[in-house]
Write a protein that binds this ligand. Sequence first.
Ligand code: ATP
Ligand code: MG
Length: 594
Amino acid sequence: MSAPPKNDTAPKPANFLRTLIEREVQDGVYAQRHWGGTPGDGAHHAAGPADPAQVRLRFPPEPNGYLHIGHAKSICLNFGLARDFGGVCHLRFDDTNPEAEEQEYVDAIVEMVQWLGWSWDVGGTSHLYYASNYFDFMYRAAEHLIEAGLAYVDEQSADQMRANRGDFITPGTNSPWRERSVADNLARFREMRDGQHADGSMVLRAKIDMASPNINLRDPALYRIKRAHHHNTGDKWCIYPMYAYAHPIEDALENITHSICTLEFEDQRPWYDWLLNKLADGGLLNRPLPKQHEFGRLNLSYVVTSKRKLRALVDEHIVEGWDDPRMPTLAGLRRRGYTPAAVRKMAEDTGASKTNAWIDYGVLEGAVRGDLEAQAPRAMAVIDPVPLKLGNWAELFGAAHREPCSAPAHPQHPELGQRQFSLGPEVWIERDDFAETPPKGFFRLFPGNKVRLKYGMVVECTGCEKDADGRVVAVLANVVPDTKSGTPGADAVKVKGTITWVGVHDGVAATINLYDRLFTEAQPDAGGRDFREVLNPSSKRVVQGYVEPALAALPADVRFQFERHGYFVTDRIDHRAEAPVFNRITGLRDSWAK
Ligand code: ATP
Ligand code: MG
């Protein structure tokens, strides 16, 4: 596993969580905690040494789908804060719901958190945990709440319970089962556990306040009966904890200090504190208890991040799979060619705030351009090829002559050396680098004009060849003698245009996937709109182009800047050394900016 990304020293954008943790660490708020070496109850931790981690955070995905760019924000926030404050970040699978959770997703999540560069291995200890391993404690904690008079078994139907919950203006109504005895509650709860009652026939609820202005405190459900096979615990349980009950306990057992979640959980915070304090009062947990902090979720323009909508894109074959390079899943971004560093930078640059902000997609593109500009080797590629025939080549040099040319692999990295290719009597150029009748300000090929073939020679356009439909099938030009780049005569002829090209004799044919945004609207699902109505019809175009000979026999997953075109990567899945496939990561500049 790779080392966690280094914390650079550049000033960090506004992030209230960073400020808060900094102050708490200074004040020693969490300094007295002990750590039992593994997750466990209060006694387990008390028996261990002082917690070597200053703070503990966690990324707690439910393994019911693929990670997307919003999750990356949360991953980088939690792992980044742990790194910066001498802490540890746990990867915890929140797998308390027996349905919908699958090993396939567990594996994919592990792979993508590692891809982003983060590690949960600290000093030889793996902090990868499964919430389902805490079912025994959760059960014990529930019995404790019953014994303390803080929970009861409710036999109302789901409809009755809903009707009696009240709403924002109406207080709730107490359940007729609310005042049954501790002994009765304990007996019923054990019967629930032992499979003596039907699914959905009763639930365990906390006993707090049915008139609370916070609906989450109106006797929330803790356990339900559900005969379902669990991927980790098998058929051991037929009762499962509710998410709201399980999550605070998971945090406490793992000695988490800062439980960071998105804003929609703000109203759950009083419940989170209520539950953990009751369990600490009962001696099951130690103080200081974890605290929940909410931040605004990441919304990226031109992207949908709801798992349900992403699933629809896959199931309806609007895209070609979870890792389709147009998908905002991390698997999709990786295949598209985004670098982990770019995703981390986007997460860092967008800080953390108390509002759900929309971030422009250009921020992510800018991050990948910034990363690749500095490191991606350069190459020439022709994406919409038309041949350029050099009429006087044979006369000047002999038909078989090939003029060797070279260019730096990267203009700022001379140590990367030169790439070699050659000029011959026929080269591929971009179709739109020729105009029979040039529009105003057009400096490239048109009859009578001179341009430089980059790193090669100056040519003068003489016309073109067309097919019966009037479509240009070849552009014609003559070489201007003694104008080779890097020779004394190179500057003797002044030209206004320079074009990129690839030799017909040595160019490598390649499939090039030109990806663009999946949606034409910045907020595809705004105002309840069906995102299917605003699909970008040209989000994927596949073309046959040519690349420099140096790009023959490449491995998968290598990135280049194709001069004038943007950044490209060899596809992780479809690329073959003998049949290259490139994906466009992004253009050289933001073509969507207004
Ligand atoms: P979705 O809404 O896409 O189904 P989720 O929140 O249900 O996502 P989880 O697996 O529960 O998916 O999420 C794991 C963590 O990722 C949670 O802590 C959640 O707050 C965080 N997270 C999910 N989406 C975003 C987002 N857009 N911005 C920031 N954090 C997010
Ligand atoms: Mg969720």
